[in-house]
Design a protein around this ligand. Sequence first.
Ligand code: NDP
Length: 397
Amino acid sequence: MGKVLVIGAGGVGTVVIHKMAYLPDVFTEIMLASRTKSKCDAIAAKIGSNRIKTAQVDADNVPELVELINSYKPDLVVNVALPYQDLTIMDACLETGTAYLDTANYEPKDEAKFEYKWQWAYKERFEKAGITAILGCGFDPGVTSIYTAYAAKHHFDELHYLDIVDCNAGDHGKAFATNFNPEINIREVTQKGKYWENGQWIYTEPHEIHKPLNYPEIGAKESYLIYHEELESLVKNYPTLKRARFWMTFGQEYLTHLRVIQNIGMAGIEPVMYNGVEIVPIQFLKAVLPNPGDLGKNYKGWTSIGCRIKGLKEGKERTYYIYNNCSHEAAYRETGTQAVSYTTGVPCMIGAMMYIKGLWKKAGVFNVEEFNPDPFMEQLNIHGLPWVELHNMDLEL
Ligand code: NDP
């Protein structure tokens, strides 16, 4: 049915390739390209079929990307490298007339800030070229945005209050590790908190607002208000929202390590000179921290991510909670990765499937909630991320 080029051979890329390889009728040809070709070869060898082609590419380099895309001629480029590469890959897609999908919004390397403005600025060019760009198709952003679209379509006339709740109750047995790329992860969780209320953004100190929330099958976990990128597109696409917030659980041990890392300057993104060589502290830190892709083996427990929503249906106030629980052990048994890579890679594959099947195909740049959520939701149940709905319950928020 379709030919895909996946860029990025990390934890998420591993899951995307595993899942695509199971579906030869949809993904008839697959290529995995990354900065380090040996990592692509190792993933392809583990899957074992000869269906996965591999290539080396520097995704910061547009001419290199254009050359690869022109030689392979995919229908869709799936970007699971880092957010720094979003714009160069979008440029290469425009130049070659190829559709684009990613899981995280663009971040400039020299500024710890994520905003959609850089990618939304491509809208007209993608429209004129007649090609599709699908932004933020992981779990959060991704499934959380699609849960919101599904709730708006089937359960509410107006969404008023949205709280996205992300709990990782897993234990990897390490004193400190991040669950996805440490540089991106630490930049995300150490920035100021931010949420939407009554038509404006409210800012907080990092981790200033927190409270225990109960997660299904897990129990109470201290949850911290942080800023997360899907809030930006959701408040734009659902203007009836009076408030939109994002909560993430952190253990005390994790927060203590994070505080020390920040206080001693190891989370810095400005280069420093060391023995005559320029190094970026957070990039050096990444080099000494455990590789998130290797955490899976001893990871035990669950992730639980969902949306808690309050709004109106036929004039009456309703509450609604939709979530998925994913087991780290089960994710590891299936793909050799932990649940954070799994919960990102599965929706990314499903988004690619939606495009290849022609179900999510229109010219322009779109966040996932702008497409029909129904066929995507069906596939979540089939491919390892089943969802549960609770109605008219106490949202605790
Ligand atoms: P990893 O660091 O494990 O993998 C990133 C991969 O991209 C590595 O293989 C790396 O190559 C490759 N890469 C980096 N720079 C380049 C480049 N210039 N050219 C080519 N390849 C490059 O990250 P993850 O797999 O954990 O995360 C992948 C993406 O998924 C990130 O953008 C992350 O933000 C996003 N994400 C989204 C989530 C969601 O729910 N929406 C949740 C978790 C992650 P090398 O191996 O050589 O370093």
